[in-house]
Structures are given as structure tokens and as C-alpha cells.
Design a binder for this molecule. Structure first.
Ligand SMILES: Nc1nc2c(c(=O)[nH]1)N[C@H]1C(S)=C(S)[C@@H](COP(=O)(O)OP(=O)(O)OC[C@H]3O[C@@H](n4cnc5c(N)ncnc54)[C@H](O)[C@@H]3O)O[C@H]1N2
Ligand code: MOO
Length: 405
């Protein structure tokens, strides 16, 4: 659960996870398991030597300070022949090699002396606590749960899944997320810049953040503030096989803020038209056919924050991530903050610092990527330095590791 239940409810009632598809294990990091994944083969898959040395069993001649065995063959790593060790015999073995049946331990070669066809194993080598045999299934048993449904797969998971017998797994489909930026003042690139126009920086923010939330961005372009242009882009969405669409701008009360009307004309169903937080007052959540729609306000700062707090979590939920809530930490303010609009939750981009005093946070600079978002609850007014505040970490796929329970 996040700190603002209305956002959770909004996501819960609007988002239905997508179906599954097959994915090669090697391409699975960053995907979400759509079924519990169990071990198909044990780990290790066979009794395995963990030292170079000699596998020895019962028997052997007692000699001063040890026992002497007859050397019977070799079990190098990769040799798939099953060997049986008779009493009094030893088999040279390498780390990773398959331990012969009848072997009680592997004695590291440091504790052995080869003498012709015999090997002298020291008493010390025979008395070691460790057997240097990793028994079949001792790390992972067949049927053991490796990764639960709804987990974001990490690189280490792919290595484990492959070791435990998987070549392909079922994952949730990646959402295809269309986005467009409204504003007659906007151009897509600095190459088109003239005074009076500005680069649609939201286009860059959204492309990158959609990817960070493990979805596939589809740029639908820049759209001028006219009813006709908005009708045209919204009409395209239904046929574009998109799971979600994000727009920015056109959500204010101004004369040319036309998005909501166009959305309704296109047959869109509004689920929510304002969030009880800032930014978020001018935010639309709805559905256009089977496509989830987020109408975000234009200011890039608001877009950045709402992607972390609302849209990103929804994109994760679309791909089946179980129980996602932003990672929440407490930190001490490094500065005085005065919150003027006191009636609603305010969320501001922050920069975390680990200092001798513990985790501290300040407001992020104008040009600085935030590492977190600071929550200022309703009625907080003036906050002095050292006040404890709650922060949500800025999402990145690595942050996924922090909430696996
Ligand atoms: N009289 C009032 N005015 C406003 C109110 C209000 O209550 N009364 N609410 C304010 C709030 S809060 C917000 S948020 C904005 C929402 O406005 P829009 O969604 O219509 O955003 P725009 O007007 O289109 O743009 C605002 C600002 O951001 C720049 N912008 C927009 N898109 C981009 C982009 N893709 N890349 C870079 N910059 C972008 C735009 O040029 C404007 O400067 O309304 C307030 N007004
Ligand atoms: O609507 Mo605005 O989103 O509070 O920045």
C-alpha cells in the first residue's frame, strides 16, 4: 500500500494485468513472472566435487599418519560416465567433477601424495569436517519455488532459472504505452527551435521513464492545442494496439486546455479527474476502449513526479507486478521548507544524502535528477531543518530488489 490510498484504489479499479507470453530465460531480466517458477532439476544436479583432489571411500591400508588407496581412474569436470569406487580405491577428481558412487569424501590434493599407482591421503585430510562433496539437490530441491508470480526478474534469477532446468518461461506481456505531448508551443527537437517555441522535454522524460517502468514506449508526437488535432490523435489510439496512453498538457483551466473535452468526445470514460495532491490537481485517469489513459498536466516537474507516484506504479501493475508500492524511507530535512498550499499532500523532488547523521534529504536542484520524492502531508506548514520526512525512492529497476519481501 502506498501512502495515498486514493491512488492505490484508482490503480486497482482501472488496471487489469496483461496476459502472459513465452520469453527465453536469457531475455527475462526486467520481465515479470506470470506463474510461480519451480526448479525442474535439482541444484547441484549431481554429486559434485568442490576441490581438486581424490575421491575416497571405505578401505585403504593404514599407514603412518594416514591411509593409502589404489588410484582407479579420473573424474574430470564434464565427464558424464558414472563411476563406482570399490573399497580401497581412490579416483582423481577435479572441482565440478561428478563424485563416484561409494565415495565418502573428496580429499584436497594438498593433503595427498601420489606414489606411482597409489595415493597417500594424510590423516588430516581424512579428518576434515568438510567432505568437499556438494550433494545433489542440497542447494535446490526439485519443485522448490525459485521465483514467485509477480516478481520482476533480476539477472541473478535468470542464472538460477537456467541452472534449474528452464530454457523459456512465461512472463506478462510488456505494456505498449503510447504518449503524446500537447502544446502549440512545442517542437520535438532542439533542431526545430525558434524563439516562441520550446522543446517538448516531456517527450524525452516519458520515453525514458516508460522504459524504466519496463514498458515499451510508442511516441505519438506533439499535438497542437486545437480540438481538431486532439480529436485526430485520440481517434488513432483505439486502433493502435496500445495498452496505455499518456498525454501531457491541456489539463489546466485555460482557454486552450482542451484535452478532457476531446477525451470525452472520443468516447473516453473518466475514472478520476483530480488527485488530492500537488502536483496532481490537473490529472485525468480514464479508459478509452481497452486502453488505460493518463492525462497529465503539462509542467515537466509535475510529469516527473506523477510518473513516479501514479503512472509508473500503474504500468508495473499492468505487467502483473505484485503489491507494488514506492519504496518509502524516513529522512531528515537538511533545510527549512515552507509549504504554502497546506490543504493537500504536496510531493516535491528530493536529493538523498547519506551523512554521518544518517539519511538526510534536501529539495532537488532545478537541474538535478531527483533521487526521491518528498511527501509533505496536509497541514505541515513550515518544516525546520532536521525534521523527519517520508520520501519515496525514485523508481529504477534496481529498486525492485528492495521490495521483494
Ligand atoms: N488560472 C489557473 N491556472 C492554472 C491552474 C489553476 O488552477 N488556475 N492550475 C495550474 C496547474 S496546477 C497546472 S498543473 C497547469 C496545468 O496546465 P496544462 O496541463 O494545461 O499545461 P500547459 O498549460 O499545457 O503547460 C504548462 C507549462 O508546461 C509547459 N509544457 C507543457 N508541455 C510541455 C512539454 N511537453 N515539454 C516542456 N514543457 C511543457 C508549458 O509550455 C507551460 O509552460 O495549469 C496551471 N494553471
Ligand atoms: O495540477 Mo498541477 O498537476 O497540481 O501541477
Amino acid at each position: 500500500m502506498s501512502l495515498f490510498p486514493h491512488v492505490d484504489e484508482l490503480i486497482a479499479e482501472t488496471i487489469i494485468p496483461l496476459s502472459g507470453e513465452i520469453c527465453p530465460v536469457v531475455a527475462s531480466p526486467g520481465r515479470v513472472a506470470s506463474r510461480p517458477l519451480l526448479a525442474r532439476v535439482p541444484q547441484p544436479g549431481y554429486d559434485q566435487a568442490t576441490r581438486d583432489g581424490f575421491a575416497v571411500g571405505a578401505g585403504g591400508d593404514n599407514v603412518v599418519d594416514g591411509r593409502r588407496f589404489r588410484i582407479d581412474g579420473e573424474a574430470p569436470a564434464g565427464d558424464i560416465q558414472r563411476r563406482v569406487l570399490a573399497a580401497g580405491q581412490a579416483c582423481r577428481i577435479m572441482t565440478g567433477g561428478m563424485v563416484p558412487d561409494g565415495a565418502e569424501r573428496v580429499v584436497p590434493q594438498e593433503d595427498c601424495v601420489v606414489d606411482g599407482g597409489m595415493v597417500l591421503v594424510s590423516a588430516r585430510g581424512l579428518a576434515r569436517k568438510k567432505t568437499f562433496i556438494d550433494r545433489q539437490g542440497s542447494q535446490v530441491a526439485v519443485g522448490e519455488l525459485l521465483v514467485d508470480q509477480g516478481s520482476i526478474l533480476q539477472t541473478e534469477d535468470s542464472a538460477l532459472l537456467a541452472s534449474c532446468g528452464h530454457t523459456e518461461i512465461e512472463v506478462y506481456r510488456r505494456p505498449r504505452v503510447g504518449f503524446f505531448c500537447t502544446g502549440s508551443e512545442l517542437v520535438e527537437s532542439a533542431a526545430q527551435l525558434v524563439p516562441g517555441l520550446k522543446v517538448s522535454s516531456n517527450r524525452y522524460l516519458l520515453e525514458g521513464l516508460i522504459r524504466q517502468f519496463l514498458a515499451e514506449p510508442v511516441n505519438l508526437g506533439v499535438v497542437p492545442d486545437t480540438a481538431g488535432a486532439l480529436d485526430e490523435i485520440l481517434a488513432k489510439i483505439e486502433t493502435a494496439s496500445l495498452d496505455a496512453v499518456i498525454s501531457t498538457g491541456g489539463m489546466g483551466p485555460g482557454k486552450y486546455d482542451l484535452l478532457e473535452d476531446a477525451f470525452r468526445r472520443a468516447g473516453g470514460k473518466v475514472v478520476s479527474r483530480a488527485l488530492a495532491m500537488r502536483p496532481g490537481a490537473s490529472t485525468l485517469v480514464g479508459r478509452l476502449g481497452r486502453t488505460v489513459f493518463f492525462g497529465l498536466p503539462g509542467p515537466p516537474g509535475a510529469v516527473r513526479t506523477l510518473m513516479n507516484e501514479l503512472v509508473g506504479p500503474a504500468l508495473l501493475q499492468l505487467q502483473g507486478v505484485a503489491d507494488y508500492a514506492p519504496v518509502t524511507l524516513s529522512a531528515r530535512l537538511q533545510q527549512r521548507v515552507e509549504i504554502r498550499t497546506r490543504e493537500v499532500l504536496q510531493i516535491k523532488p528530493g536529493a538523498l544524502n547519506m551523512t554521518a547523521k544518517g539519511l538526510e534529504v534536501r529539495l532537488a536542484g532545478r537541474l538535478e535528477p531527483p533521487t526521491c520524492f518528498i511527501l509533505f502531508p496536509p497541514g505541515c506548514g513550515v518544516l525546520e531543518p532536521a525534521t523527519e520526512v517520508e520520501v519515496h525512492l525514485a523508481w529504477s529497476p534496481e529498486v525492485a530488489r528492495l521490495f521483494r519481501g
